[in-house]
Design a protein around this ligand. Structure first.
Ligand code: NAD
Ligand code: WQD
Length: 335
């Protein structure tokens, strides 16, 4: 009998790519999403790619009644649901603590009640704060610097306490570095509402003519070309990491894994790679540093490789190629 996996926030960017990977691996998928940052159309697209339609329930993780009904019969949870804009979290901290922390506590309570004690959780490299040592290993001290990052840190701590209270739980915390790219088909991808906060969607929108130029946030960092360096990871590689974690979950008590490539690229290197992949010129202007940004951040992903048998396969060229393919085929996103 195939296993049924409950994806909170499964209609979003990373969740939708994970749904595709799980369906292709033979799992049944239930997507539970309030559509606050995604579109129903993504369900049709997932079906188009895989030939299988995931079950979809519109609901909020803070709504116990709907959640209890929806989660019935599921074997494990992948918990993507949450708000993720760093700047917005500084302006609206209570919304972030309510959605992310209270929402997660509510989800874990429902899981406990229904005796579903297997979970893969979407955490973030942002929990490390300003790196003291590179590459970042999972035991690096945690010091998130904004409310969004603090919600991820708090949820990790809650999950750890939960495991300590009841060893029947199986918990994999995945700390993503910088997810970019899209499914090869160009049918699903990142669809930011309003002005994109992140580099790759912003570059894509410049390439497609939606924005005039990229603002490069600072070229006076202590890096070879002065611009910030990040560990970009193809979203399909990331999605496969969830499958690997799920497959190992029975052997895991509480474990944390970095999911990154282990290689950093500067802003200007990404611009160059995107120009090559798209054949479009990306005009840019150097502007002030963005408050809260660190100079360099990249993962040591060797724990995931050793214990989950997972390794990122796609390079920056493939990430740019697939981002551009999605953006050029869907200039208005899922609209
Ligand atoms: P996303 O916004 O595309 O997906 C999140 C989904 O959760 C959306 O579909 C949204 O509608 C849904 N959602 C939000 N609040 C909800 C609630 N209360 N109840 C039900 N559904 C709710 O974001 P994403 O990029 O796919 O990120 C998925 C997860 O990974 C998030 O938890 C995010 O914090 C984490 N993460 C993302 C990144 C990144 O750069 N994209 C990096 C590290 C970690
Ligand atoms: C990458 C680089 C910018 C936009 C964020 C969150 C993190 C995680 C991933 C969720 C930096 C530069 C960017 C632009 C630019 N999300 N940049 N012009 O900040 O590393 O991480 O997303 O967990 O928590 O903080 O990603 O894509 O915003 O920036 O020059 O218009 O691109 O300064 O060096 P970041 P990003």
């Amino acid at each position: 009998m195939s296993k049924k996996i409950f994806l909170t926030g499964g209609a979003g960017y990373i969740g939708s790519h994970t749904a595709v990977v799980l369906l292709e691996a033979g799992y049944d998928v239930v997507i539970y999403d309030n559509l606050s940052n995604s579109k129903y159309e993504v369900i049709n697209r997932i079906e188009k790619i895989t030939g299988k339609r995931p079950e979809f329930i519109k609901g909020d993780i803070r709504d116990s009644k709907t959640l209890e009904k929806a989660i019935e019969g599921c074997d494990a949870v992948i918990h993507f649901a949450g708000l993720k804009a760093v700047g917005e979290s500084v302006e609206k901290p209570l919304e972030y603590y309510d959605n992310n922390v209270c929402g997660s506590v509510n989800l874990f309570k429902v899981m406990q009640k229904k005796n579903i004690k297997k979970i893969v959780f979407s955490s973030s490299a942002t929990v490390y704060g300003d790196p003291q040592k590179l590459p970042l290993t999972e035991d690096h001290p945690l010091a998130p610097v904004n409310p969004y990052g603090k919600t991820k840190y708090m949820i990790e701590e809650i999950l750890k306490d939960l495991y300590n209270s009841d060893k029947n739980w199986h918990i994999a915390v995945l700390r993503y570095f910088n997810p970019v790219g899209a499914h090869e088909s160009g049918l699903i991808g990142e669809d930011p509402q309003g002005i994109p906060n992140n580099l790759m969607p912003y570059i894509s929108q410049v390439a497609v003519g939606k924005r005039e130029y990229l603002r490069v946030f600072g070229n006076d960092y202590d890096t070879p070309d002065g611009t910030g360096i990040r560990d970009y990871i193809h979203v399909v590689d990331l999605a496969k990491g969830h499958l690997k974690a799920l497959e190992k979950l029975d052997e895991i008590g509480y474990e944390v894994y970095n999911l990154g490539t282990g290689r950093g690229y500067s802003v200007l290197e990404v611009v160059k790679a995107f120009e090559k992949a798209s054949g479009k010129k990306i005009p840019y202007k150097i502007v002030e540093r963005r408050p809260g940004d660190v100079a360099v951040c990249y993962a040591d992903p060797s724990k995931a490789e050793k214990e989950l048998n997972w390794k990122a396969e796609y390079d920056i060229n493939k990430m740019c190629k697939d981002s551009w393919n999605w953006q050029s085929k869907n200039p208005k996103g899922y609209e």
